[in-house]
Write a protein that binds this ligand. Structure first.
Ligand code: FAD
Length: 373
């Protein structure tokens, strides 16, 4: 039976959910205001296997998220070329010492057993790295994994939204100001109108509390500001892998000389979207120290976005007690481009009444969203 479904939030989670629901002939309306969206500002690294994060639940989700990109790209490529959106050109990782680098190689080899999508694992000497990336100024040995990828988040959501519109569904670039539930229907207030739906997906990232707090729910989600710089260089970056030096600043090369440098993680800036000169200068200096032939003139634009994070830095997605016919996802933090598509697909599957590999997550939102006493 066709359901009338509202999705609030057109970042990577909401757009993926709306795309798969559209593919399954549902009646979907996607509301997205867009200001501060994390997905469009993000760096685009998909390479979770060598993270030192110990949380096994997170690792399972991130590993499945990286794997799911193959399915998403195959599904999307039925409608349009995806080469500009997703490229699997590998990742090069650095560690502080040779011993830490060999530990990383061991971890990669162990993890490959359950995650063959990690691809080839190749320790590289400094010279071998420079044969691939002549402009790199880092002079240590490194580790290359061929399964690493980069995604252009803005292009991905644009493409998913284009497809859902072509399938006859609706995208509204509007802010939802209020939601309420009457007679088994969700009422969505936007642009002075009230729309009714059978089912609601809340995929509004760091802003999820704005819609649930007025319904008297506590929501454990906070905003984290992230900034990065986008360089437009004359360097031939075709097929360059993502470079992850020691520290928090990564180098993400796209085709045609575009290189992203970032990103910052600012927990105390709220929803502020103003570029911060001092932090951006720091990123610029790191870019100049890592790559030759980079100059101030190459800075094409600054990107600022708002990530969502929870008090224990875990993402959640599923149902909320006392909120019928509603699914929610938030708190994806720094790895949401990696986990976002598989979360969006899972929400779509749940709406369609299908079982998924993530049944254990269904009730997790109740740890982060609950009725005020
Ligand atoms: C600088 C930066 C770099 C990053 N780099 C990486 C990376 O390399 N790899 C990685 O895996 N992850 C990365 N991330 C994290 C990733 O981008 C996010 O976790 C992910 O995009 C979150 O997706 P989302 O769909 O949950 O939320 P968002 O992308 O934030 O989308 C939420 C959308 O909901 C809309 N919305 C909210 N409230 C309303 C409302 N009331 N009405 C209508 N619309 C509403 C917002 O406007 C927004 O468009 C990065 C993030 C940033 C900021």
């Amino acid at each position: 039976m066709t359901k009338k479904i509202a999705v609030i939030g057109g970042g990577i989670v909401g757009s993926t959910a709306a795309f798969y629901l559209s593919k399954n002939h549902q009646n979907v309306t996607l509301f997205d205001e867009g200001t501060g969206q994390a997905t469009s500002a993000a760096a685009g690294i998909i390479s979770p296997w060598l993270s030192q994060r110990r949380n096994k639940e997170w690792y399972f989700l991130a590993k499945e998220g990286a794997k799911f990109y193959q399915t998403l790209m195959a599904d999307l490529s039925q409608y349009e070329p995806v080469h500009d959106i997703y490229q699997q050109t590998g990742t090069i990782l650095y560690k502080k010492t040779p011993s830490l680098l060999s530990k990383l190689t061991k971890l990669a080899t162990e993890r490959k057993v359950d995650a063959p999508e990690i691809g080839n694992i190749l320790p590289l000497t400094e010279k071998e790295v420079k044969d691939v990336i002549p402009n790199l100024l880092l002079d240590d040995d490194a580790l290359f994994v061929s399964g690493g990828a980069k995604i252009d988040g803005a292009k991905l959501v644009t493409s998913l939204i284009n497809q859902l519109e072509k399938m006859g569904n609706t995208y509204l670039n509007q802010q939802v100001t209020r939601i309420s539930y009457d007679n088994n229907q969700w009422q969505i207030h936007a642009n002075g109108l009230i729309h009714s739906f059978d089912q609601l997906i809340l995929a509004c990232g760091a802003w999820v509390g704005d819609l649930l707090r007025p319904l008297d729910f506590f929501v454990d989600v906070r905003p984290q500001k992230g900034q990065l710089i986008e360089l437009q260089t004359s360097i031939d970056t075709t097929n360059w892998p993502v470079i992850m030096p020691v520290g928090e600043t990564d180098i993400i090369p796209f085709d045609n000389g575009k290189i992203l440098i970032g990103a910052t993680h600012e927990n105390d800036s709220g929803y502020d979207l103003k570029p911060d000169e001092a932090l951006l200068n720091n990123l610029k200096e790191q870019a100049e120290a890592s790559l030759s032939a980079i100059s101030q003139e190459d800075i094409h634009q600054i990107r600022v976005g708002t990530r969502a994070y929870t008090s224990d830095f875990s993402p959640f997605f599923g149902e909320v007690q006392d909120l019928d016919n509603l699914y929610v996802a938030s708190g994806l933090g720094s790895s949401g481009l990696t986990t976002g598509p598989v979360i969006g697909k899972t929400l779509a599957d749940w709406v369609l009444g299908e079982e998924t590999a993530f049944e254990a997550y269904r009730n997790k939102p109740n740890q982060y969203i609950y009725k005020n006493q």
